[in-house]
Design a protein around this ligand. Sequence first.
Ligand SMILES: Cc1cc2nc3c(=O)[nH]c(=O)nc-3n(C[C@H](O)[C@H](O)[C@H](O)COP(=O)(O)OP(=O)(O)OC[C@H]3O[C@@H](n4cnc5c(N)ncnc54)[C@H](O)[C@@H]3O)c2cc1C
Length: 328
Amino acid sequence: MLDVPVLVLADLDAAGAPTGPALELVSAARALTSGEVIALVLADPDRAAAASPSLSGCGTGRVLAAGPATAVVAAGAADAVLAAVGAHAPGVVLVTSDYRGKEVAGRAVVLLGSACASDVADLEIVGDELRASKLVLSGSWTTTLAVAPSTGRAPVVAVRPGAVEAAEVPAPSPAPVEPLEVELSAEAAAVTLVSSEQAALAAGPDLVEARTVVVGGRGVDGDFDLVRSVAEPLGAAVGATRVACDEGWIERSAQVGQTGVSIAPRLYIGLGVSGAVHHTSGIQGAGAIVAVCDDSEAPIFEIADFGVVGDVTQVVPQLVEELERLRS
Ligand SMILES: Cc1cc2nc3c(=O)[nH]c(=O)nc-3n(C[C@H](O)[C@H](O)[C@H](O)COP(=O)(O)OP(=O)(O)OC[C@H]3O[C@@H](n4cnc5c(N)ncnc54)[C@H](O)[C@@H]3O)c2cc1C
């Protein structure tokens, strides 16, 4: 175990609460060090104070408020990481491995002159090394990277959402909130946030954080009400293949896969999805995979834990009926 602080870049949701992945990062950090877990929040001290109880609940000892200007672009977030590393000398920095987190990680390590690992699914300390494991080549290989924790040039590790369980610590003490002085780089200062609007899809559970995701593919033939009829009783998020997004059946932000979002739900249900590698590379971290597809040769059945060869228009209503029966 490390005995130096670990810094976590803790994202907040639109309501100002730490996101699920942010709490997961805090738990991951707690498991790595006997030292302090420091959460860096890209918001003003009031918002950071409101987020502090949840962060403390998972083991954060201190919250740094870097101010909202650092949240506008990834360059600003990287500036905040740099300032926090300078002020608190953590051994490692953890960020969420989503598009933005990876951009922040890449920029931060260039500024710090340190190492970077992304899409990490598992972390452990072995001797003096931090071992970061990730699935590669569509989940057919696990690769373990070793990075040396360093208080001068902390490596930045981007951890996949859902890879670690957020766990509450017994009797947490409230983490004090400190403002963090950040000097914005010219790149960050050059961008001003004009407006910010939540996408319609975001009304349901967040796709990246959801424990259950129901994905619609070409086989649903545009009928995403059919997909939602399964998702709603399960409290699941709705995702889509690229084909479904290309067809305009659902927003692009729902796309799961190589050029969409990567997800790691406990349960993935694919409806009319063939399981092309560009799609399945985005569900490597999924727990149980359930597939309903009319082609018994479809590659999705090679990775599915449960598969139904059938027409979604016939199978899904029966599935929904059974879910209703179980809930009543
Ligand atoms: C560089 C690149 C990046 C890409 N990135 C992504 C990505 O991020 N995400 C992504 O999803 N794709 C991506 N793709 C596209 C990917 O290769 C596949 O084309 C896509 O995933 C297929 O989507 P699908 O499963 O919906 O469609 P299909 O492959 O056409 O599969 C539809 C399946 O539904 C079945 N079906 C049809 N009717 C029914 C019915 N009534 N009931 C049950 N089953 C039915 C069919 O038999 C078929 O098996 C990318 C491709 C490239 C080249």
